[in-house]
Write a protein that binds this ligand. Structure first.
Ligand code: 5AD
Length: 352
């Protein structure tokens, strides 16, 4: 496809927020540095229209790396006997929040593997304790697939938001990344349940995961359009040495940035993080993500001694400027590209 037709597709996306599967596929396949530049300019303008030059921060608390699942790509999969497992107590989690609030965080993201130790009762107790201790802060959960009743209980306990990446929309591709009984269908069902309950819901996918095609990414975009989530998290796939995908190639920064720009055009007021995985594959990855249309960063608030154990992929950054303690460094990095870190809950504007 010629540069002109690619640019016409980008304009059509901005104006109509909808492309056919073929158009998405062509647009993704025909990208060039030139068309990417054009896309990022459009994305930046739209992002500034809705969110000015603000960058929202979220304090990420990785509270357990036990997981019942065996996803082929993930370093904390059940079969990885070499992962050193840990769980944080309610007290440890509350002290992470207290520390985070001091630093300026008004959103806490509790993320973990699917760990059966955290029953509805235990997790609801943790959520309601955070809710009463930090009434001005948003609580985001990212603890995988649970029943609708469970999601409802956690919502009633005070959780506001939930992150559950769909990983890939296509059922066949999903099966090549996850063993049975995991399925794309069940994962998507969970997302619809979360939305119906009233969570501000986030989904997303890995870019450049093994076997991924441009058609798969096109389907991901069409799914995003139908789910209409409040947040979308994407990052490059990065191999982990103790997984079946150890020898697979990583996703690229170039394609990840292009997808970020496309998502900003598709869902103009969505919350879009510039993720740790993007910061891991390039030293300036997170700044580049912001310039491509992202507006959120999620520094690590986990206790120092567990950070190196929550390794979803190799070389994950967790002690440098992405750490919550180095907020000043992050602020400077954002200022250097013309953006500012803000202290607020940073709720999504994409709310019906
Ligand atoms: N590379 C990149 N991202 C990964 N995730 C898990 N393993 C990897 C990996 N090897 C992502 C998944 C998950 C999120 C918490 O981390 O998309 O939803």
């Amino acid at each position: 496809m010629s540069t002109n037709s690619t640019i016409r597709l980008i304009d059509k996306l901005e104006q109509t927020r909808s492309l056919t599967r073929e158009e998405w596929t062509d647009l993704i396949r025909s990208r060039t540095p030139e068309t990417a530049e054009y896309l990022f300019k459009r994305a930046e303008e739209i992002r500034i229209r809705h969110y000015a030059r603000d960058v929202y921060i979220r304090g990420l608390i990785e509270f357990t790396n036990y997981c019942r699942n065996d996803c082929f790509y993930c370093g904390i999969r059940k079969s990885n006997a070499r992962a050193e497992r840990y769980r944080l107590t309610k007290e440890q989690i509350l002290s992470c929040c207290a520390h985070g609030r001091e630093l300026g965080f008004r959103t806490f993201v509790l993320q973990g593997g699917e760990d059966g130790w955290y029953t509805d009762e235990r997790l609801s107790d943790i959520v309601s304790s955070i809710r009463s201790a930090f009434p001005d802060c948003a609580i985001t959960l990212s603890v995988g697939e649970r029943s609708r009743e469970s999601y409802q209980k956690l919502y009633d306990a005070g959780a506001d938001r939930y992150l559950l990446r769909h990983e890939t929309y296509d059922g066949l591709h999903y099966r090549r990344l996850h063993p049975a009984p995991l399925s794309a269908e069940h994962r998507q069902k969970c997302l619809w349940n979360l939305k119906e309950i009233g969570y501000q819901t986030g989904t997303g996918f890995m870019v450049g995961s093994p076997f991924q095609t441009a058609e798969n990414l096109a389907d991901d975009m069409i799914f995003l359009k139908s789910l209409d989530p409040q947040m979308v998290g994407i990052g490059p796939f990065i191999p982990h040495h103790d997984t079946p995908f150890a020898a697979e190639e990583a996703g690229t920064m170039e394609l990840t940035l292009f997808m970020l720009g496309l998502i900003r055009l598709l869902l103009p007021n969505v919350l879009l993080p510039s993720t740790t995985a993007l910061g891991t594959i390039a030293p300036d990855g997170r700044e580049r993500g912001i310039l491509a249309g992202a507006n959120v960063v999620m520094p690590n608030l986990s206790p120092q001694e567990v950070r190196e154990k929550y390794l979803l992929y190799d070389n994950k950054i967790c002690t440098g400027s992405e750490a919550a303690e180095s907020l000043n460094d992050l602020k400077k990095r954002m200022e250097s590209i013309g953006y500012q870190v803000t202290v607020s809950r940073g709720d999504s504007l994409n709310i019906n």
